[in-house]
Structure formats: C-alpha cells, structure tokens
Design a protein around this ligand. Structure first.
Ligand SMILES: *Cc1c(COP(=O)(O)O)cnc(C)c1O
Length: 394
C-alpha cells in the first residue's frame, strides 16, 4: 500500500506513540489534582507547552491546547470578533479557499452582523499582501489567511501579510495546520497574532492541537466549565495526546530540513511525470507549495472514479470534490483558483510523506497514467472533447 494522503492525516510516529502510551499508563493523574501524582501530570502538560511554544518562537503562556485545528480556528476567529464588537469593528478579511473550519465560522459571524470580505485567490493559488492591504478598513478587526492550503499546498506570503496587519494594527490569524511541523515558523518575526495547529497533521495523535495567541489578546471561552488552560478552555486536559503532540513536533522540526529536501525532489518528479498526461494541469504554483503536495486536474474524468481505481492498485490518495447529500460538489478551493466545474471534478491530490520511496513515486506515475487513460476510454465527456463537440480547456 502506498499512502499518499498525508494532508488528510498522518501516521503517528513511534516516538509520539511511546510518549502517549507511557503517559496513559504511568501518569494518568489529573493535572488539577494537588497531590504529587497529579502534579506530575501537570509537569508533563507544562513541559509540552514549553516545547510547543519554543518551536514557533512563542512563550508558553501564549499556547492554549485544543481538540485540534477546527477548534483552534473557531476559537481564534470568535475571540477576535468579540474584541472587534467591543470597539465597534465588525469587518473581517479572509480568503475564498480557507478550510471549512474558518469559512463556516465566518458564515456564522455574518449572521451575527459581521461583514466578511473573502479575497480572490490568484490562478496560481496565492494571495498577495497588497490585496490584504487594499481590503483593510477602519472597522477591520481580523485578517485570517491560511499558511498553506490543504488541497493545493500553496504557501502564502505570511510574513508580508503579517507586516501589513501589524502596520494597520489589525489582528492577524493564520490557520497553519498544514504548515506546523513542515515549514519553519517564527510568530514574532512573522508578526502572527494567532495561529492554529493540529497534531495529526505532523505525525501526532488525532483529537489534539493548539492555538497560539499573542499575549495581550483576550481569548473567548468556547467551552464553559472548569478553570483549565487559564480559564480559556474548560475540560480535563488530554495529557497523553498533548505530550505526544509535543514529541511529534520536536521530532518533525529536527528532521524538517532533511525531509523537506527529500520530499521536494519526489514531489517535483511526480509533477513532471503527471504533466506528461495530455490535457492535464497542476493546481497551484509549482514552487511555492508544500514539499509533499501534488494536485492535478485531468480533463474528461471524474476524480472519484480515479480514486477508487487507484485504491484497487494500492494507492491511497484524495480528490478535491466531496460527495455531499447526493450531489457532487466540486472543491471550493479549485473553484477559487478559477477551475470550471467540469475540470474541477477531475482532480487528484497526492500528499506524500517521509516513508514514500523512489519506487513508490514511479509506481504512482505509472498507475495514474494507466487509470486516466482507462477512464477516458469510456467517458462521454472525453468522447465529446476528442470529437470536437466540446472544447478542451486544459
Ligand atoms: C486538517 C485541517 C484542519 C482541521 O484540523 P482538525 O485537527 O482535523 O480539526 C483545519 N485547517 C486545515 C488547513 C487542515 O488541513
């Protein structure tokens, strides 16, 4: 089996698994308990906070642990909105290709009287700092732009956007779920005020993540209850998950340069191999993208069929479109970069990880070529395209 869906989730690393098991079995105390056994759990929790903070150049008290990326995105955006509301600022800037954890939270705020500007994304999957600057108004309370896109892997000019936001004194949040553990991040140098991360995207366990919030910015509580996490996130802490996340992150950062160079070479080989397929196109900028991300559109086929046939060949990948309520919705990300519906339906995302071999890369290229050709063989859309009844777009 070739696992090429690391943007969806990653395999937990051995070191993170060992940390998790040891905390689960030996240090199962409640960090809020006052006896020594509880205090040991508290120490583990606070060491994880220090370690996680160090990786992004934050201070430990600027880190709040959450149940993952979605919760961190929700809490960051709602907190900035609450602060904005207090000072009469109800305008938020984001982009059309954010994760649904961001887009759906913004939708909810719109119903609450907030005005949201979603910036257009360029064909290459990038947003320019000038676009952000031009959209900022007197009443803007938040800019939220993702660090790296989860579908097409494009990396945004975060430092430049951070500088623009700081200049205009607007809170800048970034959904960095695809970036943390994969790209170097320095929240201070990059002027990032809030940042979301999720452990299962960097070989940690599922159901745990963190939100960085620059000191001085007040977080809104989403979960009422005990006074855990300095009163900002109630509920007994997921100590085993949090400790394992810290282990996974330290490991990811240690190996980052090496893995990044290796994956970039394999990614570029995949891209040049798949480009040989006629009427295909890479989605997103060729260079300004995550080391492990490859995303293509193939004209005249359905992404779902492609995935199922690749699965039969032992290749696990993903497509942009998701089958929701019986209707096929093409990916909002591909539509945002200007792909038309027909083309967006024929998409394939390969997100490779460190365990992928050169042979795997060759096998993926061979299999995708074979399956695309096979599917086009009985696709009515393809027939219309080659007979000239319909015009090729790619
Ligand atoms: C996976 C992902 C999320 C959601 O994270 P969870 O921990 O699964 O809730 C949010 N944003 C991006 C960009 C993601 O890739």
């Amino acid at each position: 089996m070739i696992y090429a869906d690391n943007a969806a989730t990653t395999k937990i690393s051995d070191a993170a698994m060992n940390t998790m098991i040891s905390v689960l079995s030996e240090n199962y105390g409640n960090p809020s308990s006052l006896y020594r056994f509880g205090q040991r759990a508290k120490e583990i929790l606070e060491k994880a906070r220090t370690d996680v903070a160090a990786v992004i150049n934050a201070e430990p008290r600027e880190i709040t642990f959450t149940s993952g990326g979605s919760e961190a995105d929700n809490q960051a955006i709602i907190s900035a909105a609450e602060l904005g509301k207090k000072s009469g600022k109800k305008h938020i800037i984001s982009s059309a290709f954010e994760h649904h954890a961001v887009l759906h939270t913004l939708k909810k705020l719109e119903k609450d009287g907030f005005e949201v500007t979603l910036l257009d994304v360029h064909q290459n999957g990038l947003i320019l700092p000038e676009q952000v600057e031009n959209a900022i108004r007197e009443d803007t309370c938040l800019v939220t732009i993702m660090y790296a896109n989860n579908e097409i892997g494009t990396i945004q000019p975060i430092s430049e956007i951070g500088a623009v936001c700081r200049k205009h004194n607007v809170i800048f949040h970034t959904d960095a779920v695809q970036a943390v553990g994969h790209l170097p991040i320095d929240v201070k140098a990059q002027n990032i005020d809030m940042l979301s991360a999720s452990a299962h995207k960097f070989h940690g366990p599922k159901g745990v993540g963190f939100l960085y919030v620059r000191k001085g910015i007040r977080l809104t509580n989403l979960i009422e209850g005990g006074a855990q996490e300095r009163g900002k996130r109630a509920g007994t802490e997921n100590v085993p998950g949090i400790a394992a996340m810290a282990t996974a992150l330290e490991e990811a950062v240690q190996k980052m340069n090496e893995i990044s160079a290796d994956l970039t070479a394999k990614r570029d080989k995949l891209i040049s191999g798949l480009k040989e397929i006629p009427h295909s196109a890479l989605n997103g900028d060729e260079k300004q993208r995550l080391p492990g991300n490859v995303n293509f559109c193939f004209e005249g086929i359905e992404g779902e069929a492609l995935l199922l046939l690749l699965d039969q060949k032992g290749i696990l990948a993903s497509s942009g479109s998701a089958c929701t309520s019986g209707a096929l919705d093409p990916s909002h990300v591909l539509l945002a970069i200007g792909r038309v519906h027909d083309v967006a339906h024929g998409s394939l995302r390969l997100s490779i990880g460190e365990d992928i071999t050169d042979e795997d890369v060759d096998e993926i290229i061979r299999s995708v070529k074979e399956v695309v050709e096979y599917l086009r063989g009985f696709s009515p859309i393809w027939r219309d395209l080659i007979s000239g009844k319909k015009e090729f777009i790619l």
